[in-house]
Design a protein around this ligand. Structure first.
Ligand SMILES: [Zn+2]
Length: 453
């Protein structure tokens, strides 16, 4: 093919060749792992006078030291090694190794899986570790390495063995925000760490005011929020009685500003719901309130205990859902009847339903899975969240996407024939790491009980 005239090749063949090359490249990496295991187990580097396996690769293959290190690490994690008796040792990342041999995932996928797996605390059970790898590998087979990386970070919050995530004293100590000295350009550095409650409030505000076109100083027509949320006198009086450090005061004051802004109502509505913190949790999460995390409509995560404390103040909005996804409890005196459907969607979908999309619920529109013109109803079963750009992809043109409700009740997306000739129905698991984990755990339990594993 290096010599062949490619101009006669059809576009479809060019694309096919590119895909096959990628698969081949990935399988070659798996083969390279096998060969490196062989080289090391036969002690070839030492026998030939190389200081280490890495130096052997550098000197024999003329590759960089960094490349050699990466290949050795890959062989360590994915290769099948042997005990002196000749027995096969367990592979460190067995499911990743299988996917690489299939040609389904590349070196960057492997790196993303490994990075996430290494961050899992030592106390996490073997089964949970296996479940986490299964989820990351499954995602690797269908998405980009970047998607695997961000999914890995989300997954870690759910793999908390003894409640360190929901453990509070550490957060009380670490909280703080510092406004730095002005630099030559009169800019100030804002540094510090926000606790999950402050973060949940901040996310909600940013979702509204940091949108393109909002609060733009270069555009006199740009809408901006009223800046009168802070009462100077109240803050000054509070400072007089204050025994906290500057950083702690900054933190608490900022939290108060967020609350004042939220209470003042200046944010108006965000996609039909008041722009307030919306925390959703399932009824069974509430019952086992000790551990666990709830999600916010802006894509954040906060411990159940913090969510409940947040709700006590009555200003943010706590929504508890039954197993059917219907709101059981709305944490406010008056119900927002017309908003129930959107709240139910926020709890069920948590974000955009198109496979691979990261957009949180606050950036999503309500999409009719079966269109109006085809007799689709506005019942909750026919509604799903979709961000504006994904929503715009749904049309009946040759490049349009289609949606349908799957057997599991989730919204399935089907790409245009041009990019997906097999017309596979994909669902978005990015907003549901907890469900993936639960399913993977069940699978592992089942395998053990039935003796498959
Ligand atoms: Zn989207």
């Amino acid at each position: 093919m290096l010599e062949q005239d490619l101009t006669t090749m059809s576009d479809a063949v060019v694309v096919d060749v590119l895909r096959e090359l990628e698969e081949l490249r990935r399988r070659l990496e798996a083969l390279s792992n096998r060969m490196i295991v062989e080289v090391v187990e036969r002690s070839i580097p030492a026998a030939r006078g190389h200081r280490s396996p890495k130096r052997f690769l550098v000197e024999v293959l003329r590759i960089s030291s960094a490349d050699a290190s990466a290949r050795i690490t890959a062989a360590q994690d994915l290769g099948v090694w042997h005990a002196p008796s000749g027995a096969e040792l367990p592979v460190t990342l067995p499911q990743t190794a299988v996917a690489q041999r299939d040609g389904a995932i590349g070196a960057d996928h492997v790196r993303a899986v490994r990075a996430a797996m290494r961050k899992i605390p030592a106390a996490v059970s073997k089964d949970d570790r296996r479940a986490a790898e299964a989820i990351l590998v499954e995602l690797s087979r269908t998405s980009t390495p970047e998607a695997v990386q961000s999914a890995g970070e989300r997954l870690l919050a759910h793999l908390d063995p003894d409640g360190t995530v929901s453990d509070e004293p550490d957060r009380v100590r670490r909280r703080g925000v510092t406004v730095g000295r002005q630099d030559n350009a009169l800019m100030s550095r804002l540094a510090g760490e926000l606790d999950p409650i402050a973060r949940a409030m901040l996310d909600t505000i940013l979702a509204k005011w940091a949108r393109p076109g909002m609060n733009n100083p270069d555009d006199p027509e740009s809408p901006c929020g009223a800046g009168e949320g802070v009462d100077r006198d109240v803050l000054a009086a509070a400072a007089g009685r204050d025994q906290r450090s500057t950083a702690q005061r900054n933190h608490d004051a900022l939290t108060a500003v967020f609350r004042t802004v939220l209470e003042s109502g200046v944010l108006g509505k965000q996609r039909g719901l008041p722009a307030i913190v919306i925390v959703t949790m399932a009824i069974d999460q509430l019952e086992q309130a000790a551990g666990g995390v709830a999600t916010t409509a802006t894509g954040g995560v906060l411990p159940i205990s913090d969510a409940l404390r947040l709700a006590e103040r009555a200003h943010p909005f706590l929504v508890v859902f039954g197993n059917d996804g219907r709101p059981l409890h709305l944490g406010r005196a008056h119900r927002l009847a017309s908003s129930d459907q959107r709240l139910a969607l926020i709890a069920a979908d948590r974000g955009c339903t198109r496979p691979g999309c990261d957009a949180p619920a606050s950036l999503c529109a309500v999409h009719h899975v079966r269109g109006w013109n085809k007799g689709g109803s506005t019942d909750i079963e026919n509604l799903a969240l979709a961000c504006d750009s994904c929503h715009a992809l749904v049309n009946e043109g040759p490049l349009g996407w289609a949606t349908r409700t799957t057997a599991s009740g989730r919204t399935g997306w089907i790409g245009p024939v041009a990019t997906d000739p097999d017309q596979r129905v994909g669902i978005n698991t990015r907003h549901h790491p907890d469900e993936l984990l639960r399913d993977a755990r069940r699978r592992i339990d089942y395998e053990r009980e039935s003796g498959v594993a």
